[in-house]
Write a protein that binds this ligand. Structure first.
Ligand SMILES: C[S@@+](CC[C@H](N)C(=O)[O-])C[C@H]1O[C@@H](n2cnc3c(N)ncnc32)[C@H](O)[C@@H]1O
Ligand code: SF4
Length: 451
């Protein structure tokens, strides 16, 4: 019943939201503008207590030294300093626009995330100027987590020290692989020596959490090399490791090549990629790490929490800024426009929020969204959904859960009515979690394009 093919075909995707992005539209834009115009309302007492949902800030920095052949993010390469300055100015003006909205009244950021693209592409001067200008409009002094994504070859010792001084608590490093031949084949701009060079400076700066990203299934990957990747990652002893299974969404260089030449994908099959992640999870666990989601292991669960991920997956508000960013406020999803000139023009020339499409999920769709996202952590607390959405999720999707239980992907609670009832994924279920999710989509969204 899971929806996964064996081969890694073009069009595979990573589920990060619901309803699918392709369903968001321009007609719902007034609803986001309306949400920005209201002071936020606490949910009713019987839902989540009387507290407002946590609020996060996402800032998209869309520049990279080179476009990796597997990457599906909105990125620009070969951009000059003037264009970067214009973008940073627009981003700051966007933040000033949102900061003035009634929705922001008395709200503090619980978490902040600089994502990309490559935020670390910015020079120390550009970073300091960005932060100074941002702080004129918003403060994240009370935030429990400030994440900053880095590409190893863009780092220098002064830049890492600047990030620390600017309040970054979680640094996420895109290592991906330790083989230079594989890094080059996949179009990465960095080589492994740049990882080791940066690591010394990172260790010296002593961030609360340093995460390493790896990808299972880069073109050219072998069992022998994968074991080396895991051994070398362990040697660095990061607080957390995120392992993605290689996807081939439509907009990657690899996908376009495959479609043009009608050739077979050179990416390993899904069973092989899963075996590599299974191996990695086993070795990390033998070395004291704990599995914290289908993609992440952490060294010390008491020390490291993932505020961004955990809050977002529980329906927090997320103020998304920057070109093509996705956010969610006051019950409405929205995405900023993805075109460079339009994004800059709407903010700098028209002084208005650059929102390109939106969607207001129904309460049932919000339930599905939280359920499929939280399932990625490997378990669902049945009581949480009963309290928040007044639905018993075991009974609601009984036949889907039963099918997954018989296939060995989930273990169901003996009684879903008990307050500590849990639906748990088995390791087999964890390793294919993205393939298990579409059956929970409403019928009208099952066969639509995702993005
Ligand atoms: C925005 S990048 C991280 C920062 C920086 N741009 C870098 O690559 O070093 C986010 C992560 O997405 C992952 N990623 C990108 N394209 C992917 C794909 N097609 N399949 C799986 N993971 C992918 C990579 O592991 C990458 O580190
Ligand atoms: S994976 Fe990272 S460095 Fe590579 S193109 Fe994507 S965002 Fe840029």
């Amino acid at each position: 019943m899971s929806t996964e093919a064996t081969k890694t075909e073009v069009g595979s995707y990573f589920i990060s939201n619901y309803p699918p992005y392709s369903q968001w539209n321009t007609e719902m834009i007034p609803q986001v503008l309306d949400a920005f115009g209201q002071t936020p309302q606490a949910p009713k007492a019987d839902e989540q207590g009387l507290e407002l949902p946590p609020l996060g800030l996402y800032l998209h920095i869309p520049f990279c030294r080179k476009r990796c052949k597997f990457c599906y993010f909105k990125v620009f390469t070969n951009v000059n300093a003037d264009a970067i300055e214009r973008y940073v100015s627009a981003l700051c003006q966007e933040i000033s626009l949102v900061a003035q909205q009634p929705f922001m009244k008395d709200r503090q950021f619980r978490f902040v995330y600089f994502g990309g693209g490559t935020p670390s592409f910015l020079s120390v001067k550009q970073l300091e100027s960005l932060m100074d200008r941002l702080h004129e409009h918003v403060s994240w002094n009370g935030a429990e987590e400030v994440t900053f994504e880095c590409e190893p070859g863009t780092l220098s010792q002064p830049k890492i020290q600047a990030l620390k001084a600017l309040g970054v608590t979680r640094l996420s490093l895109g290592v991906e692989n330790f083989s230079d031949a594989i890094l080059e084949e996949n179009g990465r701009a960095h080589l492994s020596k740049e990882v080791y060079r940066a690591w010394e400076w990172i260790a010296e700066a002593d961030f609360a959490n340093v995460n390493i990203d790896l990808i299972s299934g880069m073109v050219g990957e072998t069992w022998e090399n994968w074991r080396e990747n895991i051994r070398k990652t362990l040697e660095l002893s990061p607080e957390s490791v995120t392992i993605y299974q290689m996807e081939l969404p439509f907009n990657t260089v690899y996908s376009k090549g495959i479609l043009e030449s009608q050739s077979e994908s050179a990416v390993a099959t899904w069973p092989t990629k899963r075996d590599w992640v299974r191996y990695a999870f086993d070795v990390f666990q033998e070395n004291g790490y704990t599995i914290s989601s289908a993609y992440t292991v952490i060294k010390d669960p008491k020390k490291v929490s993932f505020s961004y991920r955990d809050n977002l997956w529980r329906g927090s508000d997320l103020l998304a800024t920057g070109i093509a960013s996705f956010g969610h406020i006051g019950g409405v999803h929205y995405q900023n426009v993805p075109e460079w000139d339009r994004y800059l023009g709407m903010i700098l020339d028209e002084n208005r929020l650059p929102i390109g499409r939106a969607y207001r999920p129904t309460p049932h769709q919000s339930l599905i969204r939280e359920m499929i996202l939280q399932l990625k952590k490997g378990y669902l607390e049945v009581e949480y959904f009963r309290r928040k959405f007044h639905v018993d999720i075991v009974q609601q999707w009984q036949s889907e859960w039963d099918a997954y239980a018989s296939e060995g992907y989930v273990v169901l609670p003996t009684s879903s009515s008990s307050s500590d009832a849990m639906i748990r994924l088995t390791t087999d279920g964890m390793l294919r979690v993205d393939g298990l999710l579409p059956v929970f989509f409403e019928p009208q969204f099952r066969n639509v394009r995702y993005t």
